[in-house]
Design a protein around this ligand. Structure first.
Ligand SMILES: Cc1cc2nc3c(=O)[nH]c(=O)nc-3n(C[C@H](O)[C@H](O)[C@H](O)COP(=O)(O)OP(=O)(O)OC[C@H]3O[C@@H](n4cnc5c(N)ncnc54)[C@H](O)[C@@H]3O)c2cc1C
Length: 262
């Protein structure tokens, strides 16, 4: 994907393009954009979290970042071992100003991170493919958050259980109370890490493609292919007791609903 369209918007029409992007779609993204304009706590980016390119797309508002974090549930965790970077996909949950990640106590990621090594966690929501008239100006609509810092092990048993519940409810609200609770062995085999959302940035691109003026007469289709996570019909497991129907939270699963509830 090219990026020249992005550069044009940042050089010539930053605020205008941002607003145009926000008001182009009547969707939850519009809500997200509008909310960005009534931001509450704006954090000051550090040298490490200041978005350099397309800075008008940067969002340092905590509540806006939380909305992105609450809609997603997959993150990519970047850390370095012996000078080799690794970026591992995993799930997460958020409660207040903390991200929680969990996994096998034996996993390299969890073993490394609990030693308080620097970590970078990225969450990306892909909202659309942006098709311009030139290859170069193609882009994507997205909302993303980067959190950097050091994670710590949640070792207090009641906090650990609460954090696991946060993770579960973040991904599938309503499930935790419906299933067998973790036993001592399972808890022992699981590590939970807490990463404070202190040093963070978000970045949002919305709106149509931005073509070079001379390309607007080029005879091809241009616009946006919206993308979103859509849940299918739940598929019952073969050993399910007769008459056991899928619960509502499974039948009506939606990340947008999750976001609205948050
Ligand atoms: C789905 C998707 C597709 C993208 N496609 C392209 C592409 O094709 N080409 C391209 O150049 N860029 C693309 N980007 C944007 C890319 O993520 C960076 O923003 C971009 O590389 C510019 O980085 P930089 O040099 O300004 O900042 P960097 O120096 O790389 O980062 C500085 C700091 O800015 C913040 N930051 C940077 N990017 C983001 C972000 N996306 N979200 C939250 N915080 C951020 C972080 O805190 C980071 O530590 C895409 C982003 C997404 C989510």
């Amino acid at each position: 994907m090219g990026v020249r369209g992005d550069r044009l918007s940042s050089h010539y029409l930053p605020a205008l393009m941002f607003l145009r992007g926000c008001y182009t779609f009547s969707s939850p993204i519009l809500g997200a954009c509008l909310e960005l304009h009534s931001m509450s706590e704006i954090s000051t980016p550090t040298q490490r979290t200041r978005v350099a390119r397309e800075p008008e797309r940067a969002v340092y508002d905590r509540e806006a970042a939380y909305r992105i974090l609450d809609e997603g549930f997959i993150c990519h965790v970047g850390f370095s071992v012996d000078e080799q970077p690794f970026v591992i996909p995993t799930s997460y949950g958020r409660k207040d100003a903390n991200l929680y990640i969990h996994g096998s106590a034996a996993s390299r990621m969890l073993r490394q991170l609990k030693q308080a090594v620097p970590v970078c966690v990225t969450i990306t929501l892909l909202d659309g493919l942006v098709l311009a008239r030139s290859v170069f100006n193609h882009s994507m609509n997205y909302r993303s958050v980067v959190v950097i810092g050091k994670a710590t092990l949640v070792d207090d048993p009641s906090e650990k259980l609460a954090a696991l519940r946060v993770l579960s409810e973040h991904i599938l609200p309503g499930r935790w109370d419906d299933v067998r609770q973790p036993n001592e062995g399972e808890l022992k085999a699981t590590s939970v890490l807490r990463l404070p959302i202190e040093e963070f940035s978000a970045k949002v691109r919305t709106g149509p493609p931005i073509d070079d003026e001379e390309d607007y007469s080029f005879p091809t289709w241009a616009g946006v292919i919206p993308l979103e996570i859509a849940a299918g019909e739940p598929i019952s497991e073969s050993r399910l007791k007769a008459g056991r129907a899928a619960p509502e939270y499974a039948r009506k699963y939606s990340r947008v609903q999750t976001r609205a509830r948050a």
